[in-house]
Design a protein around this ligand. Structure first.
Ligand SMILES: CC(C)(COP(=O)(O)OP(=O)(O)OC[C@H]1O[C@@H](n2cnc3c(N)ncnc32)[C@H](O)[C@@H]1OP(=O)(O)O)[C@@H](O)C(=O)NCCC(=O)NCCS
Length: 389
């Protein structure tokens, strides 16, 4: 019989971390790594599955916030560290962990990154945001014109102190972006791993600091230099353009790799738009609407017509019901439904990455008036989450 317990004791956190890491085929945390990992165990609810006295499964939800379409920021659970010991898989351990986690979450929405695409739909998570992996030919990347503001390099200690503040100011710039918890920063700022050659620069415009980028350049055996953009946040178009001017004018760099939103207009910066190559598009945000009425009320809608959506949620039945969505907002109703949708697929359309009509074309949902629903949920920008967890 699988029993789910909430861990609060520091002595069990390392076993939790070791089990999760082993499930991912990684080694246990070393004594050197552990001091940077431990703080993250204070940032949310830590669950473990036990068979008798043996820990056999893990998960954790970090306390965070999420930007939704329209710009509101709502409490959010960042679900991570999901693992089941290999000798206990396919016996319902994850299902027991997920049921317990979902029924006790305090936040109205949860997101996670999925190791595989077939696992989380059954628990009500929908694929709500994708990311483009871009490679830029830096030797040919010419941005005409001069910068509008000033870029300054930070020494590592100043960067470590300033980054959490800068991220909370500019990082929540799109639907899907999340705030970072103290333990996330503890790991990010730990320089014992491979962070020694990171560089951070900050952009300032007429109103002060308004963007930053953190990057790392490595040299391969053919003496080619590759830049990885690790963290990039900005408040306005000038900061975004100036930071790209800075990155593409750096000496010696051959290629630049960066994660970007599907609609990132980066190629339009360059004289030759072909210098930006999309190497891959992959799923990023898996979103679970934990409190459907609250989350439908939290975002804004466009369009002109209203649509009634019937939601089915097998794990959290209080969410099941009909909701009228109109340009003025969302309300629970008894009216006849235009569209019937399981909660995972409502999660998939929630941030605007996917449309109802795409789901209907794929025979995943039923109903009518998909174009009107598409118009309501459409947003001006594609979602992105620049925080890996
Ligand atoms: C993925 C993992 C957590 C699943 O745990 P588990 O205890 O085996 O899952 P459950 O037994 O509760 O399975 C629930 C359902 O999901 C399915 N499922 C589980 N893992 C799956 C996978 N990797 N691919 C496809 N389906 C999967 C099961 O077949 C089962 O389906 P059913 O209800 O139709 O029978 C576990 O295999 C694991 O730790 N894998 C390695 C680490 C990992 O990928 N972690 C997730 C990080 S996001």
């Amino acid at each position: 019989m699988t029993e789910i317990r909430v861990l609060t004791d520091e002595s069990q956190y390392r076993a939790h971390n070791t089990l999760f890491r082993r499930a991912m085929h990684w080694g246990p945390p070393t004594d050197e790594q552990w001091p940077a990992v431990l703080p993250s165990y204070g940032d949310g609810r830590v669950l473990a599955a036990f068979e008798g006295d043996e820990m056999v499964g893990t998960t954790q939800s970090f306390d965070s916030t999420l930007v939704v379409p329209g710009g509101a920021v709502v409490p959010h659970a960042a679900v991570s560290r999901v693992g089941v010991r290999a000798d206990y898989t396919r016996r319902g351990v994850l299902s027991a962990l997920m049921r317990e986690q979902l029924s006790t979450l305090q936040q109205p929405v949860a997101t996670l990154r999925a190791s595989e695409g077939r696992i989380y739909g059954r628990f009500g998570y929908g694929l709500a945001g994708r990311v483009r992996f871009l490679r830029i030919d830096a030797r040919k990347a010419v941005i005409p014109g001069s910068p509008a503001g000033r870029v300054r390099m930070l020494d590592p200690d100043t960067a470590d102190k300033l980054l959490p503040e800068l991220h909370s100011e500019f990082g929540l710039n799109r639907p899907g972006q999340i705030s970072r918890w103290p333990g996330w920063w503890a790991r990010e700022l730990d320089r014992k791993g491979n962070g020694e050659n990171r560089v951070t620069v900050v952009h300032s415009g007429p109103d002060g600091d308004d963007g930053y980028v953190r990057y790392k350049v490595t040299e391969d055996k053919d003496f080619k230099h590759h830049m990885e953009v690790e963290d990039f946040a900005w408040a306005g178009a000038d900061a975004w353009r100036d930071l790209w001017i800075y990155l593409t004018r750096l000496d010696l760099v051959d290629t630049i790799e960066v994660d970007a939103a599907l609609d990132d207009p980066l190629n339009w910066l360059f004289e030759d738009p072909r210098v930006v190559c999309t190497k891959d598009v992959f799923d990023q945000i898996w979103l679970r609407l934990v409190d459907v009425p609250r989350m439908l009320a939290a975002r804004t809608y466009s369009g002109t017509e209203s649509v009634v959506i019937e939601v089915h949620d097998g794990l959290l039945p209080a969410n099941s019901g009909r909701y009228r969505i109109s340009p003025d907002g969302a309300e629970r109703v008894e009216a006849q439904a235009d569209i019937t949708v399981p909660v995972d697929l409502l999660g998939a359309v929630y941030l605007g990455d996917t449309r109802f009509s795409d789901l209907a074309a794929a025979k995943r949902i039923e109903g009518t008036r998909f174009a009107e629903a598409d118009a309501l949920f459409a947003g001006p920008v594609a979602p992105l989450c620049s925080t890996f967890f």
